[in-house]
Design a protein around this ligand. Sequence first.
Ligand code: DMJ
Length: 790
Amino acid sequence: MRIIWSLTLTLWISHQCFGSGFQKSSFNRHELHHCRQEAQSLFYHAYDNYLRLAYPDDELYPIRCRGRTRNVENDADLDRNDVMGNYSATLVDSLTTLAIMGDKDRFKKAIDLIRTDLEPEFKINATVQVFETTIRILGGLLSAHLYATDPAKRVFLGREYDGILLHRAHRLADRLLPAYLTKTGLPLPRINLATEYRNVPPGFLQENNAAAMASPMLEFTLLSYLTHDDKYRQVTKYAFDKIWSLRSEIDLVPMSFSPHTEMANNFYTGIGASIDSFYEYALKGAILFQDDELWNVWELSYNALRKHSRGDWFFSNVELMSGHEILPWIDSLSAFFPGLQVLAGDVPDAQKKHLMFLKLWNTYGGIPERWEFDPREFENNEQELNASYVPLPWYPLRPEFVETTYFLYRATRDAFYLQVARSILQDLKNYFMTDCGFAGLQDVMTGQFQDRMETFVLSETLKYLYLTFDVDNELHKDGSNVIFSTEAHPLWLKAADFKRYKSSSFFEDTRYRDHLLRVQQRDASLKSSNINRFFHDISNLLLYRARYPDRNSTLNRKGISTGTCPIMRSANDSFQFLHSDVIRHCERLFEIDYRYASNLRKPSKLIDRVPIELESSFYHIWGSQTSPLPKCQLPPTTDSFDVIFRVGWSNSKTPPNSQLSGVYGPIKDSITIESLIGVRLQVEALIPGAIDLHGEVVDADYLAYLWELNSPAALGFPNPGQDFKNSASNDPRRPIYRVSILNGIQLAHNATVWINSTLDTSPSALGMNHNGMLMLDKVPVVNALFKSMF
Ligand code: DMJ
């Protein structure tokens, strides 16, 4: 009797997704199953209530619990009207979550509703965003069509299905495509589904962002593959290619353009809002369509990003022509990027970048739309100071952090990511769930909710959570070219689709054919008249800039006196070692907490909230009592500079960003580059006693040895002009330089950069000493060596 009782208890405990079950065991199959079910029931809570209380409206008010539609009284309410076209957006955007869950019954009913209720021609008098309608509605219909017609899927409908979803997608695409009929071939941001651009206020059509102009290429190309009508692909791909052609000399893409003149509207770029899915669809398009051109765009653009914009913990906003860091913030949307890095194979860097968003989640209980990382000094009081770090304080339950967590779990199978997903699931249930749906935060600092549930909560946030725990989902066993669209709709093509498209595609629509010809002619004439449409030629020799000005901030180093992690100590004295690779190998797990201590300020009601990585329910399971306390890497106190070599740039045979393409760090031993041209180095100035980027204290004897080795006397080369500054040689704190990052790729402590060519020119700041070392400002760079000298 006792045995039966304890068995029942064990089963009951291990069947909890939340609560004590996790303290008794690890993520076993039962727990995964129950977390998955929990995610599913959260989805049903919102989806069923949407159908009951809001359908056929586009959205559900999660607090008022009724339908939400366009703002018909105010056309200028773009936030609302851009994504609501009176086409039951939540229903359509949720189709593929039902498919992924294998819920054939609800899937079929949803398709029936689309058949009976949705305006078949999409002739709806609503002005909507072309991009949003493409990713949510067109993408949702296409993906659901793939599910309904794939015999390998649980929701395969066989003869019951009449192709209605593809038919609707086709009609919708015809409503959206006229947005591309501009003289530049770049799309207008908005279109009226019934009247094209008649009655659309001109002010709504002046500016469009890079993501919105380039991304529809993916859904529209898929439509061409499925219908064989190639106009969708050709028109949208032209716009994608044009956006890429408008990049800067160092391959950075502006975030916003005029569709009428193709002039860029801004001079900086990043990876988040306004540009995100440009990168995403270059890579995903390359995979889905087996397209080498898109792959090339991805490679070059990612190389440029990691070279110019990759910092330690996040990608920063940089100026387009120099790569200078400007605008000290990151946005919530950029949390998707580590997921994309996983897809590209750069997992170690993705893991680091994911940590930044984890710290934001820990701090704010969500990811604020925008967070600033530059310390401030001048606010009036503590409250204002805290709020100043989140100039855009809302969190509308965006999916990007969950999405990245999902991709990292799939790539690493590390329980750490399950823990993160479980914790988010718990927050959704405990904080964000309302009587009929889920409400995000209007302000992460005050905790004020917003009465809004965007369609992506059901199509992305809950889907990625569900999939994280659904380890055996059919998508995970699928060896095909399946990708997730930017709205998390799975898309794939089969060999037979490629074959049919190749033999039967056509482009006969003269409206678009003539248009493309006109645009191409205009482009050719602009080229021949040699007008520099956007960028100036800036061929300065060498560019220096200081970085990490906060390195020496005592505030950021507060509390660190030994190499042991103080946070871990205080959180749990008995904790000793973690069986999660992320935690075991990540000596820098808490570096962000120190480095940005002054910016990561919790709202008062979250002060006692335990960080996800420190939750005891996780520690007790993944810890062991036998190993020593993990070490924390100390934050660096050295200065670093970026150096970019621009000499002879335009005559160079190798495009500046193609060197080292596909090489992901950290580089442990050595790496060879062909030339310095176009290369960007982060150079660290080592001085005795400083903590270097690897968390090591710079040894004074080692530095003295290096100076001795490179001294004019030792080199038999008493030429101060090419070697040391005489003045510097007597200074005990004189630095020695070391390359720490090469084109965005991290170098290990002892790694060497071999340079194959000789110096292309000898501006005074640049040289080579007799040890074959690169000299910058007459200081040797110890790990940058010219091969010809050896
Ligand atoms: C989604 O609609 C898509 O992921 C889009 O690409 C940008 N982000 C929102 C959700 O945050």
